[in-house]
Design a protein around this ligand. Sequence first.
Ligand code: NAD
Ligand code: MG
Length: 409
Amino acid sequence: MQKVMDIDSGVTRAAVAHEGRARRLSVLGATGSVGTSTLDLVARHGEAFEIEVLTAQTNAGALADLALKHHARLAVIGDERAYPELKSRLVGSGIEVAAGPAALIEAASRPVDCVMAAIVGAAGLRPTFAAARAARRVALANKECLVSAGAVFMSAIKDAGCELLPVDSEHSAVHQSIGGHDPKFIERIVLTASGGPFRTATDAEIAAATPEQAARHPNFSMGRKITVDSATLMNKCLELIEAYHLFPVAADQLAVVVHPQQIVHGFVEFTDGSVIAQMGTPDMRTPIASSLAWPARMAAPAARLDLVRLGALTFEAPDEKRFPALGLARRTFELGGTAGAVLNAANEVAVEAFLARQIPFPAIAALAAEALEEAARRGRVDEPACLDDVIAADEEGRALARGLLRRYS
Ligand code: NAD
Ligand code: MG
């Protein structure tokens, strides 16, 4: 797998200085879990931000409410059927409105200080690439940009001179732990995993797991897709791929440890044996605040960490036998090219099918693995030259996965 290994770009580059003026911020995926947490922080910091663009896919009512509350200049709804509602809700407000996929990309292309890229899934690829070309900083929640388009996305960031800050809590932790250290002294990067709702479940319980059970994340409240990924541990697989592209290390320098309390979010081991970790109560507003304010800090209302009250932090090895999705990261690194795009797309199809009760829980990882192997067998995981190649691989992954659904149902 090809990666962009320039330690002077992306997350390790010195951040833009805080200029003492309101920063213009666009939020892609404003109605989602990360989007609303971002706007919660914005609301607490009155004059510090001006909202340029807010986007959502279908929920015009929620988008209109947020646009009015935050005095956005532009509100864009992805689904054109929801445009009349958005328009009627914002008529007379002075807020521009638009709809459709092209409008989303155009909105993401507005030059701003920062774009919070918080659309879920591969649907976020084109808008986030557009943001990378136009914004000074991309705060990246949409992990699919790195999982599906890793090297292509990092090149786009570098070519545009855009600054990339990770929002995913584990990657934010690693970024903060690297701090000002020279990355050549990094020996290993470790991401923590909650283990999900089935951490202690038996094979039989996992086989019978329902969407309702999978939706119960032990610590974080998140969107439903990533919550299912946390239950299969596919989320940690995707996060290993994400980390590979973000940080200047080789695949075998990345590891996962299960840490049910999710207080330590990630840690970096250095060549002298020092281990630097970032800790905090599990609340996405902390890594979001870090991505918006870096290298400064901004106040965030997460519950304060009380280690005495917690008493103990525990760690255990992940069980790839019960959670085979995790091992797919290794296979993706081996295959390289567009393997990440195929895997991610197949997983998105499988998660949707599981939520629709078409396939059982263990079929999610099995189906994604089979789609990946089939794409490889057909020679369809070549190195992508551009985003269009990535999107073609994504479509291939989706088609392969859909073709397998019946067999797994
Ligand atoms: P969510 O489902 O809560 O929200 C997704 C947002 O994207 C919504 O505003 C929705 O309107 C919009 N959207 C959905 N489909 C779209 C489409 N086809 N086109 C354009 N917009 C669309 O998701 P979330 O949990 O906030 O996750 C967002 C991203 O952040 C994901 O990539 C996820 O992996 C990542 N992430 C989330 C968390 C978390 O705590 N929720 C943590 C780490 C990383
Ligand atoms: Mg995470």
